[in-house]
Design a protein around this ligand. Sequence first.
Ligand code: FES
Length: 106
Amino acid sequence: MDQDDHVCLCFHVSKRKIVSYCRREKPPVASLISECLSAGTGCGWCVPFLKHLHKQTLAGDPNPDISGSPSDYAKRRATFRKTGQRDTASASDSNTDTATDTDTSV
Ligand code: FES
């Protein structure tokens, strides 16, 4: 995913904004990313990805990222919005922590 691709599609919040927010504010929990242009407070799709970027950024990763293309990301989000279910690729492809993290609030 490129820097200006949107992670939170509900509020059009880019990866760049999320990573910059995490680097600047160092929020102790990912849920505080919601203070960054309301990211994660809409449909909920991006929450595991916000957590993933939060974890990577606070660990000092120089290039926090989400794998996959923006179009695939948007398609999977559309499916999520229709069905309320995440496809199994969402967790494995993005290297998110959804398998062990049950807190979906942001
Ligand atoms: S994509 Fe972020 S809340 Fe819907």
